[in-house]
Design a protein around this ligand. Sequence first.
Ligand code: CAA
Length: 256
Amino acid sequence: MELTNLTCEQKGAIYYITINREKQLNALNKQTILELNKVLCHCQEDKSIRVLILTGAGEKAFVAGADIKEFTDFSKKEGEELAQFGHDLLFTKIAKFSKPVIAAINGFALGGGLELAMAAHVRIATANAKVGQPEVSLGLIPGYGGTQRLTQLVGKGKAFEMILTGDMISAAEAYQIGLVNYVVATQEELITKAEAIAARMIKNSPCALKKSIKAINAVYGNIGLQNEIELFGQCFGTEEFKEGVSAFLEKRKPNF
Ligand code: CAA
């Protein structure tokens, strides 16, 4: 499998996926999403793989979001297609994956990065990690499931606060509100903790794990996700979107 933006490795029954665009803080561009999809398909087929651990390269970021530079001039239709593409190839695929996926959050998990971690089944963060949904500062809303999965994980009140302020929160606060399962002090401990949880899963029946994931997912419907995709698309092409992305590219605060 030829991969340019990921490094992958299997050790025993665990498959490690590292998103490797460190200079761009591991932002999810189209190529990375395609590669993640390819790797997920491989993991699905290979029976020797029982648990996946997903992390980001370096010590700064898990994933700093969707790659803003790829969609600065998108129309509403292209914006909607971007979200749909991400859901189909990656986010919904992970959420419904038949094997447990553990997100090891090694730094910033923002926008699509937090959405990726929330699509996974278990989240562990290092103490220096910061998480948030800053899309409103770009004139957007979360488009990879954030409005739905954040609300499911932390409740409506905290989801409103996080999405409407766009503020980042610390790993400690993320733990306090149930957004991450564990916080560890260092990056080494992050993988050790993920491996310990994976080991406890691996000793269980793969078939029962698959059905547990399916049953838990059945609590939630897809209508909200589809609605989010449409609303995300509607944000594109607006003057506020143009100001939001220009401000990001020019490294300044937006003026709405
Ligand atoms: N997309 C594209 N490039 C990104 C990026 C992103 N989401 N996040 C960071 N980068 C790039 C920066 O542009 C910069 O590149 P250059 O060196 O070429 O200028 C590089 O990564 C390093 O970033 P910074 O210089 O900004 O680093 P910093 O330490 O000053 O700030 C940060 C770190 C606070 C995480 C800041 O990078 C940031 O705010 N990033 C954007 C976060 C964001 O808005 N995410 C949401 C994206 S939209 C989305 O995800 C939509 C969706 O739901 C589908």
